[in-house]
Ligand binder design. Structure first.
Ligand SMILES: [Mn+2]
Length: 460
């Protein structure tokens, strides 16, 4: 495959040995717990857009990528009794005509390190003779007891990234950093938001990477997952961009920056930006092995509440405000999530991956959106992404405001009318002694951000 050639022989060897180690580790976990049940992991097919031949771009299932490495359409990996067999399409003349020659079984065996490569038309015959075959993705929404054991083993493995995974995430992070710089560099009043998005995604496409998720690029940062990119930059808006690259082997990055469209933060924008940044830095500083992720969320909330009280939007004691969830009026989501092959890693397993056994989501507004509550371990990758949002529907909700009994000061909102939504997000790897910010190359101090935006303005 073209991708394998680009990586060179040593790159291929590193991938194959990483995959062999992962398959061996999974077999080790399952041998004890599932007495050697066979497992078939499918890559999947691209979904149709409007009719079957017109498909969306193919993206292999993350479990397949974790164990078989390469995005091979329709392929399946069979793991049984310590043996790994990859099943791939038998290429016909018509396939060669429409899609080009496919990689040979020999080259796929070298690239993935599997014990054997066979054709998909043989798969049914092989699996018919196996009893108790487990499949991924799961075929039913409710996992059987054996499937739950399988999911837990995969979660155990995928929670802590190996060196190969980390190097892929570094590649994705580097391209994401370039994308954000490119977005800042084309921003100025009068530029359409879609142009900024195009400048950012250009960097990703030019690397032959893809987006890890649908880009959020907007001057309405308070709409958390808006995909409306129809606006135009005003003279003094804030532009929020949540854009991340995914490497050609499927590993994600996830970064948000917020910058002033005119190249300078207004005093109110700057005050809120500095508050979000202070909360992000405090949360990142708390990332280390053994730290509970929910506590890191609460570190950020505490900084935000204290700052919002200092500017007069909240009144009263910080502890009491935190207890009553005052931060959630302005920071209604969680501090972040797991990051890996999926931008919210393993969220296809629901909270089974994000929440440690025995822990459950809170019912409280704000905390109920926290996607991760585990004790951190070396090798985990998480995002840290606090924000401040002025969401009218929240700030006039009697139900949400009731617990604050007058400690929220709506009369002060007018001072922050030019702040709609601010988020700052970085990708953080937990190390043996603390953490490493994988996206640290992208500046985020207000003066650094202003310089990246205004360098474009002064050049034209
Ligand atoms: Mn994120």
């Amino acid at each position: 495959m073209a991708m394998a050639h680009e990586r060179g022989e040593s790159g291929i060897g590193q991938l194959a040995s990483a995959l062999t180690r992962r398959r061996g580790a999974l077999a080790g976990l399952l041998a004890n717990r599932l007495s050697d049940r066979p497992l078939l992991v499918s890559a999947g097919q691209p979904p149709a857009r409007n009719y079957p031949d017109n498909t969306y771009e193919f993206r292999a299932s993350s479990h397949f990528l974790y164990l078989a490495g390469l995005p091979m359409e329709g392929a399946a990996l069979l793991l049984h009794r310590g043996q790994s067999t990859l099943f791939v399409h038998r290429s016909t003349e018509a396939d060669a005509l429409w899609h080009g020659e496919t990689a040979s079984p020999e080259s796929l065996q070298v690239a993935t390190g599997v014990d054997a490569v066979r054709y998909l038309d043989e798969l049914e015959g092989v699996t018919a003779g196996l009893s108790g075959l487990l499949r991924l993705p799961l075929r039913s929404a409710v996992a059987s007891a054996e499937e739950q054991v399988l999911l837990d083993a995969l979660i155990e493995l995928r929670l802590c990234h190996d060196d190969h995974a980390v190097s892929e995430m570094r590649r994705a992070a580097a391209v994401t950093v370039r994308a954000h710089r490119a977005g800042m560099a084309v921003t100025r009043p009068g530029v359409r938001v879609s142009v900024i998005r195009a400048a950012m995604e250009r960097e990703i496409l030019a690397e032959n990477f893809t987006n890890a998720y649908g880009s959020i690029v907007t001057t309405c940062g308070e709409v958390l997952h808006t995909h409306d990119r129809s606006g135009t930059c005003g003279p003094s808006d804030l532009l929020l961009a949540d854009v991340g690259a995914e490497s050609d082997l499927g590993w994600a990055s996830d970064v948000t920056r917020t910058w002033p469209t005119g190249g300078r933060f207004s005093p109110s924008q700057r005050a809120m930006y500095e508050l979000v940044l202070a909360s992000q830095l405090a949360a990142i500083a708390a990332v280390k092995p053994g730290a509970r992720y929910r506590d890191i969320h609460l570190v950020a909330c505490r900084v935000l509440v204290a700052g919002l009280r200092d500017v007069g939007l909240l009144a009263g004691e910080v502890d009491g405000l935190l207890e009553r969830g005052a931060h959630a009026l302005f920071f209604p989501h969680g501090i972040g999530h797991l990051l890996g092959l999926d931008v919210h890693d393993m969220e296809d397993f629901g909270d089974r991956a994000g929440y440690a056994p025995g822990r459950q989501r809170s019912q409280q507004f704000g905390l109920c959106y926290l996607r991760l509550d585990r004790d951190l371990q070396p090798g985990m990758a998480v995002t840290i992404e606090p924000g401040i949002y002025f969401v009218p529907a929240i700030l006039r909700s009697e139900r949400l405001l009731a617990p604050l009994r007058g400690d929220f000061r709506p009369d002060k909102l007018g001072q922050f009318a030019d702040v709609r939504g601010i988020r700052i997000e970085d990708d953080v790897l937990v190390t043996a002694t603390g953490h490493e910010v994988l996206t640290a190359q992208l500046g985020k101090r207000p003066d650094e951000v202003e310089a990246m935006v205004s360098s474009a303005s002064s050049a034209c």
